[in-house]
Design a protein around this ligand. Structure first.
Ligand SMILES: Cc1ncc(COP(=O)(O)O)c(C=O)c1O
Length: 482
């Protein structure tokens, strides 16, 4: 098989040109957000079989592949992308991925990627500072101090929640690592907690039944008055509370649990409070909205996704601990080839993560902030939430729509009510809209009913796009009812 010799700078420049065109066309709506095809068609068009057997034979093959690949992708830079909680990245946010893919320096072991590990340590300190946990320490202080806050980056919120649950278990049942779980551990939280919490409990061997749900109100927000009842029930069942989980915010609705009241309760009863801030911890970067997270400082652990509201490409999540001791106890493995007892330069995050090898996550997080500047990220967060609030106003004025709550983030659920009332109809509406390539929106179950849902992640989405969305829903509903 012929192996082609390629000039990296030519291929990179050519790929850069194609990506630039892709971005321009997406932003100017000269393409659609999503034209979803069957995998058989995509595989055929991308010539996967040919290339796996023969390899790329020329620069032209690569160009063709990249162009086809992009045309079969979901165009997040299209202002009609209002779908999942996945960032619309800055045009140049991919550069650290290119660097990482070229030099392949994983950042979990300091000596394997000193620059990446340093960016991670720095951004963790930036996040700790936003919570108020840095306590005057310099952001260039990369040492772990028992009794002081710490953190690490991991691949995504689900992994981050699992890490935090492992740490909470180690705190209440230090022998579980060796002996297995005692059978009296439970976790308390709103029934609307993200499914990754239930998954974490099952993975840790506690079982889903270890989750004790607290009643939620009509908007699926934890009822603080019910927390004491569930706590008492756990105690009378002979259980010990491993942790209390707060949604910040809930995935479906974008609404926040009463963090301060939960924090006060947990402090009074000496319970571990875990804040699932996968989506909403980003509000800590906004002077206008950080009040939503008041009380976060009572938490023992917090997770914070940067690949949702902070314009960072997936994945990049922080797990933050009020006390490094808890981070240190989460995993108790000894790997003689990586964990050194003697003094080493720098800091390894490997002893504290599920992953043994992990990507240079801190670099892309730092890079996006360096491209945008802190203030512009803050402005983007404020603008996205303001847009969700404007959308709420538009829907309230429209008698053929129902909107159940005022948004606290950039997520909003709504229903078209002038057509069939069943949940199936909302699902049909969504599929008809995305299959006609008009908008990319999601749908979810909220408070027992099916809703349409937008997550406003695009810096160029405007109220006029949202007016168009309302019209699109109306017209689609009419054509479905004909
Ligand atoms: C509240 C909450 N927790 C956890 C997760 C899981 O995060 P990830 O998708 O990064 O694994 C999500 C994802 O949407 C979420 O909204």
């Amino acid at each position: 098989m012929k192996k082609i010799i390629l000039n990296p700078s030519v291929v990179i420049a050519e790929t850069g040109k194609i990506l630039e065109e892709y971005l321009e066309k997406s932003k100017a709506q000269k393409t659609v957000a999503l034209d979803q095809r069957a995998p058989e068609e995509i595989a055929q068009q991308l010539q996967l079989k040919k290339y796996i057997e023969q390899g790329f034979q020329s620069g032209a093959d690569i160009t063709q592949f990249v162009e086809d690949y992009l045309s079969y992708s979901n165009h997040l830079h299209h202002p009609h992308y209002m779908g999942h909680q996945v960032a619309v990245p800055h045009d140049l946010s991919g550069i650290p991925e290119l660097i990482h893919g070229t030099i392949n320096n994983p950042s979990s072991l300091y000596e394997m990627g000193p620059a990446g590990a340093t960016c991670e340590g720095f951004m963790i300190n930036w996040m700790l500072d936003k919570i108020g946990w840095l306590n005057g320490r310099d952001k260039y202080d990369f040492h772990f101090h028992p009794g002081q806050a710490s953190g690490l980056l991991t691949h995504g919120g689900s992994m981050a929640n699992l890490t935090a649950m492992a740490a909470a278990r180690a705190a209440i049942a230090p022998n579980a690592w060796v002996d297995g779980n005692p059978n009296d551990l439970v976790v308390i939280g709103a029934a609307s907690a993200h499914y990754s919490i239930a998954r974490a409990l099952s993975i840790l061997g506690l079982g889903k039944k270890a989750f004790y749900p607290v009643d939620v109100d009509e908007n699926e927000v934890l009822r603080i008055n019910d927390l004491a009842r569930v706590h008492q029930k756990a105690l009378s069942d002979g259980k010990r509370v491993m942790c209390v989980v707060a949604n910040a915010c809930a995935t479906s609705s974008g609404l926040f649990d009463p963090i301060e009241a939960m924090g006060n309760y947990c402090q009074k009863h000496q319970l571990w409070l875990h804040i699932d801030g996968a989506h909403g911890a980003a509000l800590l970067a906004s002077d206008q909205h950080k009040g939503r997270l008041k009380g976060i400082e009572y938490a023992s652990s917090i997770i914070w996704d940067a690949h949702k509201m902070m314009r960072v490409p997936a994945l990049c999540t922080a797990v933050l601990f009020r006390d490094f001791t808890h981070q240190a106890q989460a995993f108790q493995q000894k790997g003689s080839y990586v964990f050194h007892d003697t003094e080493v330069v720098g800091m390894d995050s490997m002893p504290y993560t599920i992953e043994c090898t992990k990507s240079a996550l801190g670099t892309k997080l730092f890079w996006t902030f360096a491209l945008e500047g802190e203030k512009n990220i803050e402005h983007f967060i404020d603008q996205s939430i303001a847009l969700a609030q404007e959308f709420h106003g538009l829907l309230r004025e429209s008698p053929d729509f129902e909107v159940p709550y005022f948004p606290q983030s950039n997520i909003l659920c709504f229903r078209y009510t002038a057509g069939p009332q069943d949940d199936e109809f909302q699902k049909k509406l969504r599929y008809a809209i995305i299959n006609a390539h008009q908008f990319y929106i999601t749908s979810c179950e909220f408070a027992g009913k099916r809703y349409l849902r937008v997550v406003l992640m695009h810096p160029k989405s405007t109220v006029s796009h949202l007016r168009q969305l309302i019209e699109t829903v109306r017209n689609t509903a009419k054509s479905l009812s004909e």
